[in-house]
Design a binder for this molecule. Structure first.
Ligand code: WT7
Length: 656
């Protein structure tokens, strides 16, 4: 039965693709949408580009300000200041603003735990918890501008801690709970965090991962950390250190639920989020207060067609930017109900997502292609077990979505009723830059469609000239937008160098792209040494330095390889030290070592032991050749510039 279904859906997918068809929204969707037609989008877009300051000033009226701004934009490339002179507060906009409306006792966060437990916070309740924790932070001498590191599972306390930081002007730096203690240590040291919030452990497929002991190891070499607050999530045994460590439930007990919001200046730092680049050292992307909030607020409305009565679910982890912008800040500032899920798509069974959609009547569902591919593989019978009629819009983020996955998502999950928004953006951009607006556009599977109002993407050739239709090039952004990163934390030179030096004055995305004859954008993936694994960015350099930090390794090179579920996987070429035997068991050891250094997501999928790497006479590794080997292809192209062309044959022969 399942097989028949699969064959049937394969046939339909093929025919839908062959048609090269566009998928318009239904009249019903269009009529109710925030942006209802291409004309309406075009008018909005044209105005946003012709008079950006006037446009964004108008949009900014949607936020609550303690003091209005003096100027909309001060642009001294590459440094932007939005809404200078204005004063606002992010937690006030996400919470207090709703308390005098009907939203006061509607759900703000609907939380579903991995084991199946759940908790719901209304805006009123969430406001109380946030104020209480803000008071706890104050008691532990956290003041405006201090950094607070959050290393936590997907539990409500994470959102509470974030909002509490914004309430008093502390800068949060969230470290994904899947990162190792070494990765945590580097990020705490770079940000100089004064306080860490963590939990005893986190659940992962029924197993308990020890977060507190990771934190202990990291913090033991982080003198900036004065206090650690620990949420009890999994009842793991932990060691609490005298003056330093405190249980969340103890410090919250009896705390006052009143905490006036600090009036933050527009450009006061809001958060730091570390992301991988082309060197081994993660970049501390810095976002600031008003521009970021406005940008995620508006894009939530435009792209997700979000309305206050929506039940909205983004399946990302808050440890990544997607969760910051589109689980917490965007949805809450719009007064929606945001679902927060602790688990994974296929535990305890492959219908976990669909059970949650049914349970809460989810209207808008936003996930990653890697999750879609994994679920698709498990078969159509799993979604078929659930009532998915509440869904009205689907979204995708993190990597290009292949048309097969797109069509499956459209048919099997959306029942051909729900538009799909393929949203292109980055940690640095703060929010979505290119995406269909679902009520306005006919959607092409695999295309991210059009720029968001206020965003001017341009595709350039190497020499800086603009490409024509269907010609690939470097994607850059021409004008500043309110959600853009302001700098790299404590490293403005690197900020300039990475994003504004290749084409001065333009923001360099690091992605390749083309636009088609109708002006729709198609993203082509990274053009630098960054690999997109399951929608997460891994720097090849980071993995290489983790590998060579092991005793047995002399040299390593890591390149992407195609991967059925993850999109891209990691293929590592490793040269062992002279006296070390090439034993299979070493591979396991090296994978574990990378996992310890960075985290399980950075573990190489394949390791090939080699005698030498393909290098030019000047000693530069020709990664192009390694990519061919890793992808299972044969044609390595021109190898004449190699110092020793015979290396290539040996690499191809020993391929794993
Ligand atoms: C990189 C940014 C944006 C939140 C998640 C990842 C790739 C992201 C898409 C998309 C094609 C995409 C790009 C980008 N990417 N969304 N819809 N289509 N590629 O954030 O870790 O900062 O990674 O993810 O290559 O540069 P990130």
């Amino acid at each position: 039965m399942a097989e028949e279904q699969a064959q049937e859906s394969e046939k339909t997918i093929e025919s839908m693709l062959a048609e090269g068809r566009k998928f318009p929204p239904s009249d019903d969707f269009r009529n109710r949408a925030n942006i209802k037609s291409m004309e309406e989008y075009q008018k909005l877009y044209d105005r946003s580009v012709a008079e950006p300051e006037k446009f964004w000033a108008e949009m900014a009226e949607e936020l609550y300000w303690f003091r209005k701004w003096d100027s909309v934009l001060l642009w001294d490339p590459p440094f932007a200041k939005w809404f200078e002179g204005g004063e606002t507060n992010v937690s006030f906009n996400c919470l207090d603003r709703h308390l005098k409306t009907w939203r006061k006792n509607k759900a703000a966060i609907i939380w579903e735990g991995e084991p199946g437990d759940s908790r719901i916070f209304t805006y009123h309740q969430l406001h109380r918890e946030v104020c209480k924790f803000a008071n706890v932070l104050k008691k532990h001498e956290v003041v405006k501008g201090d950094r607070v590191c959050l290393y936590m599972p997907m539990i409500p306390e994470l959102a509470i801690a974030m909002l509490a930081c914004t309430r008093i002007g502390a800068v949060h730096s969230i470290v994904f709970g899947g990162f190792s203690s070494d990765a945590l240590r580097d990020r705490i040291q770079d940000s100089g965090a004064k306080l860490v919030v963590t939990s005893d452990g986190s659940f992962r497929r029924g197993k308990r991962i020890p977060l507190k002991s990771n934190t202990d190891r990291a913090v033991s070499v982080c003198p900036s950390v004065e206090n650690v607050i620990v949420v009890n999530r999994t009842n793991l045994e932990v060691r609490m250190k005298g003056q330093r460590d405190h249980w969340w439930h103890d410090v919250m007990e009896g705390e006052s639920a009143e905490c006036p919001p600090t009036h933050m200046e527009s450009e006061d730092p809001l958060f730091i989020l570390y992301t991988s680049g082309t060197t081994g050292k993660p970049k501390g992307v810095l976002h600031t207060t008003a521009g970021y909030l406005l940008y995620v607020h508006m894009t939530s409305k435009w792209v997700f067609d979000l309305k206050e009565e929506d039940t909205y679910w983004c399946t990302a982890d808050i440890g990544w930017v997607t969760g910051h912008s589109y689980i917490v800040y965007g949805p809450l500032s719009n007064g929606a109900a945001s679902i927060m899920f602790e688990g994974v798509p296929n535990y305890p069974s492959p219908d976990r997502f669909w059970g949650i959609v049914e349970k809460y009547g989810v209207n808008i569902f936003y996930t990653a292609p890697t999750a879609i591919r994994a679920i698709m593989k498990d078969g159509d019978e799993w979604p078929a077990r659930h009532d998915l009629r509440s869904l009205r819009l689907l979204g995708s983020v993190g990597e290009p979505i292949n048309p097969e996955a797109w069509i499956w998502y459209y048919k099997v999950i959306g029942k051909e009723r729900c538009p799909i928004v393929d949203t292109w953006w980055q940690t640095e951009t703060g929010g979505i830059l290119i995406s269909p607006l679902p009520g306005a556009m006919d959607i092409k599977p695999g295309s991210a469609a059009r720029p968001i109002p206020g965003v001017v993407p341009v595709i350039l050739r190497e020499d800086g000239s603009e490409v024509g239709a269907n010609e690939g090039g470097y994607l850059v952004i021409k004008q500043p937008w309110p959600g853009m990163l302001r700098t790299l934390y404590k490293d403005p030179d690197r900020f300039k160098e990475v994003y504004f030096s290749k084409y001065p004055g333009f923001y360099f995305t690091g992605d390749g792209a083309r636009f088609d004859e109708e002006g729709d954008f198609w993203l082509m993936g990274r053009i630098d040494d960054v690999i997109n694994v399951s929608g997460h960015r891994i720097g090849t350099m980071e993995v290489e330095s983790a590998l060579v930090s092991h005793d047995v390794v002399a040299e390593a090179a890591v390149v992407p390889m195609p991967h059925e579920i993850k999109g891209q996987g990691l293929y590592a070429f490793v040269i062992l030290k002279e006296d070390v035997q090439k034993e299979e068991s070493l591979k396991k050891l090296l994978r574990a070592h990378v996992s310890k250094e960075i985290g399980p997501i950075a573990k190489p999928d394949k390791i090939q032991f080699a005698d030498a790497l393909p290098k030019t006479r000047s000693g530069k590794i020709m990664r192009r050749i390694l990519k061919v080997v890793a992808s299972g292809e044969e044609d390595c192209g021109d190898t004449t510039t190699l110092a020793d062309p015979s290396v290539v044959d040996r690499l191809l022969r020993d391929r794993v």
